[in-house]
Design a protein around this ligand. Structure first.
Ligand code: ADP
Ligand code: ZN
Length: 290
């Protein structure tokens, strides 16, 4: 059985065909321009591929409420060409197959829970720290949507008084994304994050912010594992620093077997940056079952 998978991102659309085991059989990347330019290329890729369903893991914000008139729409995105765009409707209309739909980060989380390092766990958080910061949440075995969907990148974490940088979030002056995303690192230190690999103070401050956010997520959502992906997390020296910051900010309060073993509690993504597209395959598989 073949399934289609679309990882819809602000800069590129990754299209893939996968099988029921999450194996990617072929894949193609299409630059994200306007819907008028990009959607026909996506439809062209998937048509005549004999896929049973398609899963879409999409940048947001998106409407996931099945009772809403705008279910399946990309809603108030700053990418204006995609604002209020009915991406699910367009795919359904043109391909005539079931469409699974969720956030890009819930897609990555689903990939890790189904095929990766969180296999079998029912309560997991996946965070991406890249151009933006976003997080997917699974609780009691279900992807969390709620009113909209969690926006873990926009919690207020408080700017450190020794931080000379400024938030890059247009909405908040001290949110996680504003202070710890790739662009915020670049703005604060005047160089791309990848070029700052050897600068200790960069990663100490970064880990302080990430550790603070993770303790807040731990207290509110009680995950059994926290997975960190995205471009910035390729700086693997961050992991021990984040675990140390987590320990300090937790202050021994959450005191479980899992928090005693932080090397296995706060972990890197495990699927070679394929977690999103593999999660989209699983969204497609699940879409055939509803
Ligand atoms: P996106 O979030 O756009 O999907 P990425 O997850 O690759 O893409 O994130 C891009 C951001 O991550 C940029 O700000 C970039 O500077 C930063 N980044 C990418 N690779 C690295 C790296 N190896 N080390 C540190 N930062 C990186
Ligand atoms: Zn913000």
């Amino acid at each position: 059985m073949l399934y289609g998978a679309l990882e819809a991102g602000g800069t590129k659309m990754v299209c893939a065909i996968g099988d029921e085991n999450g194996k990617i059989l072929e894949q193609k990347s299409i630059p994200t321009a306007t819907p008028d330019e990009t959607m026909p290329l996506i439809i062209e890729y998937f048509k005549d591929k004999d896929i049973k369903a398609i899963g879409v893991a999409c940048f947001g914000p998106i409407d996931l409420d099945r009772d809403s008139d705008t279910y399946g729409f990309i809603t108030s995105t700053p990418k204006t060409a995609w604002k209020n765009y009915n991406i699910v409707g367009r795919i359904k209309e043109d391909l005539g197959i079931p469409v699974g739909f969720d956030t890009d980060v819930n897609g990555s989380l689903l990939g890790e829970v189904t095929y990766g390092c969180a296999k079998g766990l029912s309560d997991v958080i996946y965070l991406t720290i890249g151009t933006g910061i976003g997080g997917g949440v699974m609780t009691n075995g279900k992807l969390l949507h709620g009113m909209l969907h969690p926006e873990l990148g926009h919690i207020h974490i408080g700017k450190r008084n020794y931080d000379k940088g400024e938030s890059v979030c247009p909405y908040h002056d001290d949110c996680f994304e504003g202070l710890a995303s790739g662009p915020s690192i670049e703005k604060r230190w005047g160089e791309k994050a990848i070029k700052l690999a050897g600068k200790e103070e960069v990663w100490k401050l970064e880990a302080d912010y990430i550790g603070t956010a993770l303790v807040n997520f731990c207290m509110t959502l009680s995950p059994k594992k926290i997975i960190l992906g995205g471009g910035v997390m390729h700086q693997l020296q961050l992991f021990p620093l984040i675990r140390k910051a987590f320990e300090e900010k937790n202050g021994g309060y959450i005191n479980t077997a899992l928090t005693h073993d932080l090397d296995n509690y706060i972990v890197p993504a495990s699927l070679n940056d394929d977690q999103g597209i593999m999660g989209a395959i699983k969204l497609a598989i699940d879409a055939t079952e509803c």
